[in-house]
Design a binder for this molecule. Structure first.
Ligand SMILES: [Fe+2]
Ligand SMILES: [Fe+2]
Length: 355
């Protein structure tokens, strides 16, 4: 069947259906439904199907979001069955097929879409993007197993990805011609390459942990008038969350940095301006990341265990009042992610004004 879509159906979708998506969350705006329509139509070329049914089912598949997120697929089916205007273009059976396809767009491996129309919409509705799949797996673990440590989350992530996405996993592609096939292949390649997967896991996990503690850090310092107290709690929060080797503050006192609140082993008490990584960050007035401390000229070895380091200035107006210093016993621990989140976290110290 290679029917064309009647212009009146296309303009009805454009003028009456798509605007309804403006009221939904940002993952379900017009760009989402347009993507689903065009992908479903593209995939439908491989099958002997009615393109008008595909287009209308794809256009209406998420309308149920106006009622309830949890059951929106069923609500979409109900809304479609109640649409009087469809009767001028479709038979009762065809309307039922459209409604069923919308209901089936959240199909799981246990409940396959009933018709090819449901399969087309369901496949077009999902995008298997390796980075997104891995992130959602980690987010799910963090939300549902808060007591689990990082090693536990790594194992859980691995297990879930293997079970669902690896070769022989339970995930089914409804339409083999889907662009998801190539993306799934890419995901499988990452799952097979344990080092690559572990790298992605490390990055995502770190970001998720920072996102989790950022509001906690802000809440801890909210209304606090003593910056030492604030620094003490922040160093504990960061240190306990990530298990770094050493986490603490050096305060600017006259022309040197003086040790402030910290967690970890005994450290240097005073650091001159421009010396070591801390003094350099103060002098350069910017965050300094050192992947290998032995390669850093003038590094002050407070501890032989430290392999990499990050130092983030703490500002008050245009003055640096302290630096946050974190040491890791592993090389290349810190990157742009740490810089972004730690700089943001330090703004809450900047707001503390000593009474
Ligand atoms: Fe949906
Ligand atoms: Fe959708």
């Amino acid at each position: 069947m290679t029917n064309k879509i009647r212009p009146e159906i296309l303009s009805w979708i454009e003028e009456s259906v798509l605007p309804q998506y403006d009221a939904f969350d940002k993952g379900h705006q017009r760009d989402h439904v347009r993507y689903v329509i065009s992908t479903a139509l593209e995939l439908s070329q491989h099958y002997d199907v009615d393109k008008e049914i595909v287009a209308v089912a794809a256009a209406c598949h998420d309308l149920g979001l106006s009622v309830c997120r949890e059951t929106h697929h069923l609500e979409s089916g109900r809304i479609i069955r109640e649409m009087a205007c469809l009767k001028q273009w479709f038979s009762q059976d065809q309307i039922e097929t459209i409604a069923q396809a919308a209901e089936d767009h959240r199909a799981s491996s246990k409940n396959e879409p009933v018709t090819i129309y449901g399969k087309l919409v369901a496949e077009a509705d999902r995008q298997i993007i390796p980075e997104v799949v891995i992130r959602r797996t980690i987010q799910f673990g963090l939300k549902n197993y808060p007591e689990m440590d990082k090693a536990g989350h790594w194992l859980r992530t691995l297990e879930h990805l293997e079970e669902k996405y690896a070769e022989g996993g339970y995930l089914k592609l409804w339409i083999p011609e889907s662009p998801n096939a190539a993306r799934l292949e890419e995901l499988r390649r990452i799952i097979r390459d344990r080092d690559a997967l572990h790298k992605v896991f490390e990055n995502v996990y770190k970001e998720e942990m920072y996102k989790d503690i950022l509001p906690k850090a802000k809440a801890l310092l909210e209304g606090e008038t003593d910056s030492i107290a604030g620094m003490a709690n922040l160093s504990a929060l960061i240190h306990r969350t990530f298990g770094f080797w050493w986490t603490g503050f050096y305060r600017v006192v006259a022309d040197e940095l003086v040790l402030g609140p910290f967690q970890g082993p005994v450290a240097c008490t005073r650091i001159p301006y421009g010396k070591g990584v801390c003094g350099t960050a103060w002098k350069r007035r910017e965050t300094v990341i050192v992947p290998d401390v032995e390669q850093f000229p003038g590094h002050i070895a407070c501890s032989g265990e430290s392999r990499s380091e990050i130092v983030v200035p703490v500002w008050r107006d245009s003055e640096i009042i302290a630096v946050l210093d974190i040491d890791s016993e592993k090389p290349a621990t810190f990157d742009e992610t740490d810089k972004i989140f730690l700089e943001e976290m330090m703004t809450s110290v900047s707001k503390v004004h000593n009474a």
